[in-house]
Design a protein around this ligand. Structure first.
Ligand SMILES: O=C(O)c1ccccc1N[C@@H]1O[C@H](COP(=O)(O)O)[C@@H](O)[C@H]1O
Length: 210
């Protein structure tokens, strides 16, 4: 039995971080991208980080940040992993002495194959829905048949996942991990404890049957 790793992203409240961790989430994401309704400031990020138990990975999400901005956050918040969700180059992602994953918005299979090659130094490749204007967190899913079977890096599936479709997604794609934000919210930027638990329970259920 393969255990699918889980990340609950866009956490803004300590209570939601604890709900996710206690329900078995492997990672919690903090958004450091100001236009996002899920953005956190340093003070809030530090409070959440202090509450997250050992062995739950704390991920910082950035979109086309200045390097100094990332360094400033890293000086103040104990992030375990960086998630770059914009047009960052591999050289940019690799300069912080911290493990990182790159997000790619998928329109074609070539997008994924090219990204596997280009970001080969990363610790994983996150696939999200393509949107011409938004970098992510759209709540939209994409055509999973575009995902190649050859995966040189751990594949993290994101984009419009929720408790209704995550079992199907895991069965179809067999990703290393799944990542959700909007699918566990009652409205944009506001997480819902029941939806977080339902999502994680569904992943754990399908893992046992697959
Ligand atoms: O959450 C955001 O606001 C966000 C903003 C900019 C880039 C990425 C963002 N979120 C990430 O997008 C994917 C998919 O999210 P969803 O489940 O479809 O809502 C996920 O990795 C989020 O963390």
């Amino acid at each position: 039995m393969m255990k699918t790793k889980t990340k609950i992203c866009g956490i803004t409240e300590i209570g939601d971080a604890l709900t996710a961790a206690n329900a078995g989430a492997d990672a919690i994401g903090l958004v450091f991208f100001d236009p996002s309704p899920r953005a956190v400031d340093v003070a809030r990020a530090r409070e959440i980080a202090a509450a997250v138990p050992a062995f739950v990975t704390l991920v910082g999400l950035f979109v086309n940040p200045d390097a100094d901005y990332v360094r400033n956050i890293l000086d103040q918040v104990p992030l375990d992993l960086l998630q770059f969700h914009g047009d960052e180059s591999p050289e940019f992602c690799n300069q912080f002495g911290r493990r990182w994953i790159k997000a790619v918005r998928v329109a074609t299979t070539d997008d994924v194959e090219d990204a596997f090659e280009r970001y080969s130094l990363g610790s994983g490749l996150l696939l999200d829905a393509y949107d011409p204007t938004l970098y992510g967190g759209t709540g939209k899913s994409f055509d999973w048949t575009l995902i190649p079977q050859q995966r040189p890096l751990p594949l993290i599936l994101a984009g419009g996942l929720n408790s209704d479709n995550v079992a199907r997604a895991i069965t179809a794609v067999k990703p290393w991990a799944v990542d959700v934000s909007g699918g566990v919210e009652i409205r944009k930027g506001v997480k819902d404890a029941a939806r977080i638990k339902e999502f994680l329970n569904e992943v754990h259920r399908v893992d046992k049957t697959d």
